[in-house]
Design a protein around this ligand. Structure first.
Ligand SMILES: *[C@@H]1O[C@H](CO)[C@@H](O)[C@H](O)[C@H]1NC(C)=O
Ligand SMILES: *[C@@H]1O[C@H](CO)[C@@H](O)[C@H](O)[C@H]1NC(C)=O
Ligand SMILES: *[C@@H]1O[C@H](CO)[C@@H](O)[C@H](O)[C@H]1NC(C)=O
Ligand SMILES: *[C@@H]1O[C@H](CO)[C@@H](O)[C@H](O)[C@H]1NC(C)=O
Ligand SMILES: *[C@@H]1O[C@H](CO)[C@@H](O)[C@H](O)[C@H]1NC(C)=O
Ligand SMILES: *[C@@H]1O[C@H](CO)[C@@H](O)[C@H](O)[C@H]1NC(C)=O
Ligand SMILES: *[C@@H]1O[C@H](CO)[C@@H](O)[C@H](O)[C@H]1NC(C)=O
Ligand SMILES: *[C@@H]1O[C@H](CO)[C@@H](O)[C@H](O)[C@H]1NC(C)=O
Ligand SMILES: CC(=O)N[C@H]1CO[C@H](CO)[C@@H](O)[C@@H]1O
Length: 341
């Protein structure tokens, strides 16, 4: 019993020795199997990396990249064309060095189906560095007026608008001499004009006689623009309502709407009889403040009608309170009294 382990040990040594020898013999004889297996591994794994894994990573990195827009200018506006500039930045984790081809990106409203492009922009070639400035400056022909008008209407009426930029491009990772097709698709939430909420008219003046242009009212307006868009709108007219009554037309000349506060001169041709009678009625006679509703009537820029801006301004009434009581008191020397007093 006691020598059994020794026996076993000896036996196992013998077995191991046989194994070693047989392995050497086997490996010597079948080395080509290992070569084939290795080649097979290379043949499968390298293409798997090149054709499946790298493109997947490239697309994943593309999806993770963060696009931010600092400013958009829509300038030199004509009936069927405009000049668009975008200042933007793309942020990535910078983990992969790669070149990204220039590409055509379609821009559309994310929340309106079907996703019809209102503009197509050529985005410049970039790399995948951590922080990149991507500025675009381009003349654009309006190919789909309906889509561009809809964009302007939404932009005018909403506090925020979701815009998607979508295009196909190619990525070339450094060290690889091939390019991979990827999709660049980003949805951004941008501030809209929100009906120009907060618009104020101050320094109003009313006169009993029309001036040379046929206007009898002037003042200044402050139009807040919560968006990062600069819009070259041009000469704009608005129909003025008090309640449902049309009481005149208000004009803003050379309107170049910028982000932030826009202080501009306004003129108007007002139906003074209607206004003076409205301001003597309850409840307005108490404060002298009349709520005017402004509805876009026409937009003309250097002789061109801009139907897309006009439609936006005509899509909703903007209520602006004007202190007619003080204006009448200052300019006409009479105080507003309630008509039943
Ligand atoms: C982009 O930045 C430049 C330089 O600051 C500025 O002049 C230009 O107006 C900007 N454009 C837009 C679209 O914000
Ligand atoms: C690009 O836009 C940034 C602002 O976003 C500005 O600082 C830079 O000067 C612009 N570059 C050019 C070439 O317009
Ligand atoms: C816009 O259209 C005009 C002719 O109608 C053409 O000459 C011009 O190259 C076009 N521009 C773009 C950016 O497509
Ligand atoms: C934006 O405005 C349009 C037109 O006024 C409206 O139909 C749409 O529902 C609004 N969309 C969003 C996301 O607010
Ligand atoms: C505004 O109207 C007042 C009163 O009619 C007039 O005296 C003034 O010159 C006008 N101002 C402008 C900028 O037209
Ligand atoms: C604007 O208000 C006027 C007067 O109340 C009304 O007739 C018109 O339909 C309104 N327009 C819009 C787009 O709401
Ligand atoms: C507004 O009118 C005043 C007085 O006529 C003038 O001095 C000023 O330059 C005008 N502002 C603009 C932005 O046109
Ligand atoms: C706006 O109208 C005035 C007066 O009619 C004109 O002199 C000016 O050129 C117009 N501005 C634009 C941008 O069309
Ligand atoms: C009313 C409103 O939202 N005004 C904003 C206009 O834009 C500037 C800067 O872009 C903001 O500071 C204002 O708050």
């Amino acid at each position: 019993m006691s020598d059994k382990p020794e026996y076993s040990q000896a036996e196992s040594e013998v077995v191991a020795g046989t194994k070693k020898r047989s392995c050497a013999r086997h490996c010597g004889r079948f080395w080509w199997v290992y070569v084939i297996l290795f080649i097979g591994f290379v043949v499968v794994a390298v293409p798997l990396t090149i054709f499946v894994i790298v493109p997947k990573i490239a697309q994943k990195k593309m999806n993770e990249a963060h696009l931010e827009i600092q400013g958009v200018n829509i300038l030199q506006t004509e009936s069927n064309a405009y000049h668009m500039e975008i200042n933007s930045t793309i942020t990535t984790d910078g983990a992969i060095k790669a070149n990204i081809d220039a590409f055509e990106g379609e821009m559309y409203l994310e929340d309106y189906e079907p996703h019809t492009a209102f503009a197509t922009l050529l985005f410049p070639k970039t790399n995948a560095n951590k922080h990149q400035v991507v500025n675009v400056s381009q003349d654009i022909n309006i190919t789909d007026l309906k889509a561009f008008t809809r964009f302007n209407v939404w932009f005018h009426n909403n506090e925020t608008v979701r815009i998607t930029i979508n295009g196909k491009t190619k990525v070339q990772p450094h060290g690889l001499d091939r390019k991979y097709g990827v999709t660049f698709k980003k949805t951004l939430t941008v501030n809209g004009l929100n009906h120009f909420d907060g618009t104020e008219v101050t320094d109003g003046h009313i006169s009993l006689e029309n001036d040379d242009d046929g206007h009898n009212f002037n003042g200044t307006v402050n139009i807040p623009n919560a968006s990062v868009f600069t819009l070259d709108i041009g000469n704009v007219s608005f129909t003025n309502f008090i309640g449902d009554e049309n009481v005149g037309t208000l004009y803003i000349e050379n309107l170049l709407l910028k982000p932030g506060d826009n202080n501009l001169n306004i003129t108007a041709t007002m139906n003074q009889i209607s206004i003076l009678s409205a301001v003597r009625k309850q409840p307005y006679c108490k404060t002298g403040i009349l709520p005017f509703k402004l509805l876009g009537k026409s937009v003309e820029n250097n002789g061109d009608d801009l139907s897309y801006f006009a439609a936006a301004l005509a899509s909703a009434n903007q209520t602006v309170n004007i202190d007619i009581g003080s204006i009448v008191e200052n300019d006409l020397g009479t105080t507003v009294k309630c008509e039943d007093d």
